[in-house]
Design a protein around this ligand. Structure first.
Ligand code: URA
Length: 425
């Protein structure tokens, strides 16, 4: 077997054989296939796609590249959630302790932000003392004691995907349905969860800009999970505007704590509850009542224990950026657009995200939204507050917002997009 013949097969729109797939993933993980050869193959896959049989084999090969975790010793059923990534998507923070409060074990292996989408670990690291890196034993101990854990995936889990994802990130091959589906599902299956709910984002702030692509990605992932014995479902959810009223690490932690305290923005609460119900159903806990667990403080109690178990202080004040800049409404009327990609890019430019994996993020940087699409606004009222420690970035962030905000005359008809667009099982 050699890399050039595998590349040629896909370049010429052929179907990769199981043997070719197993060999190329294994050889790339061991360093025998060079990065330039794998990037050429990734581009051929990006352009010519893979069929379901190829995707299934590619996913299995990436799972086989590393260890598989096993939570079967836990007394509770396991349930996990994965979001394909969006702007202001802090849902994992309230969701994991909420689902744990309802009786499931939630092993939430999460990532860091890259580009305009935020990362759960960056958000939680805004909490003084909180640690993302846990050994497998520490992770199991938190799961057993608290019921939920949010931490970084260890190096042993799907190492082929770690290498390939970093390569795709710098070769323009991220937005490919076969590559995204196999990347996400190899990690989730190797993680060993019994059930999985996928939050597939659709809209300007998501990888999938339209419903048809999101449906195909969701259906591919549901099939992969089901074939590996994981009860997998997907919700397609709106990402045309940011979720909630904050985008940025510490700002999103604050908003998540508001949700756990029984308040918070309506869209964040609605999506948290929709995903919680789906996870609990998939885990076989059909009688659990997540709305009650939010209202009676038991989800908050689990949050506090989960943060403390990972070295964080749930009562510590959160970092605040040194400088603020307010953007005001240019006209009176109805806010019709607050574009997710524009807000995500602006928050990233303010320092909330990173350009390279090694870059630090500013905990306090980000954007507060004072109005959401559909809200009436008056000329001169605050619309957005930009936060950063590096005020020289304000003009660059404001440039990202150009064209991302639209206000129509007050009598213009406006129909809000639902938070949950479709369910795929
Ligand atoms: N998240 C992943 O883990 N992989 C992708 O390819 C895209 C998003």
């Amino acid at each position: 077997m050699d890399a050039i013949s595998v590349i040629r097969t896909k370049r010429d729109r052929g179907e990769l054989t199981p043997g070719q797939i197993d060999w190329v993933i294994d050889a790339y993980t061991r360093g025998e296939v060079a990065h330039e050869q794998m990037s050429s193959l990734a581009m051929a896959i990006f352009l010519n796609g893979m069929n379901r049989a190829e995707i299934a084999r590619w996913t299995a090969a990436m799972i086989a590249s590393g260890e598989r975790m096993d939570f079967s010793s836990l007394p509770r059923p396991t349930a996990d959630k994965h979001s394909t990534g969006g702007v202001g998507d802090k849902i994992t923070l309230p969701l994991a302790p909420l689902v744990a409060a309802c009786g499931a074990a939630v092993p939430q292996l999460s990532g860091r932000g890259l580009g305009h989408t935020g990362g759960t670990l960056d958000k939680l690291e805004a909490i003084p003392g909180w640690r993302a890196l846990l050994s497998n034993d520490e992770m199991l101990a938190v799961l057993r004691d608290v019921g939920s854990v949010i931490c970084a995936a260890g190096d042993g889990l799907a190492p082929a995907d770690k290498k390939l994802y970093a390569l795709r990130d710098v070769t323009g091959t991220v937005e490919s349905i076969p590559l995204i589906a196999s990347s996400i599902m190899s990690k989730k299956i190797a993680e060993g969860t019994g059930s999985l709910v996928l939050d597939v984002k659709v809209g300007s702030g998501a990888f999938m800009k339209n419903l048809d692509d999101a449906r195909e990605l969701a259906a591919t992932m549901v099939e992969l999970g089901t074939d590996h014995g994981v009860d997998t479902r997907a919700l397609l959810t709106d990402m045309s505007t940011p979720l909630g009223r904050t985008a940025g690490n510490a700002l999103e932690v604050r908003e998540s704590v508001e949700v756990l305290a029984g308040g918070g923005p309506q869209d964040v609460v609605e999506l948290t509850l929709a995903l919680a119900r789906e996870m609990l159903d998939a885990a076989g806990l059909k009688d659990a009542d997540p709305a009650k667990a939010l209202a009676d403080g038991s989800a908050m109690d689990h949050w506090r224990r989960m943060i403390s178990a990972q070295g964080g202080d749930p009562d510590a004040p959160l970092p605040v950026a040194r400088e603020q800049h307010t953007v005001t409404a240019a006209a009176t009327g109805t806010l019709t657009t607050l574009d997710a990609y524009a807000v995500g890019l602006a928050a990233w430019r303010l320092g909330a995200g990173r350009a390279r994996k090694e870059d630090p993020v500013q905990a306090g940087a980000g954007i507060e939204l004072h109005a959401k699409p559909g809200d009436p606004v008056t000329a001169g009222q605050p619309l957005l507050t930009l936060h950063t420690d590096t005020p020289e970035k304000f003009p660059y962030a404001l440039e990202a917002l150009d064209g991302g905000v639209a206000i129509a005359p007050a009598d213009t008809a406006f129909t809000a997009r639902p938070v949950v667009l479709e369910r795929i099982v």
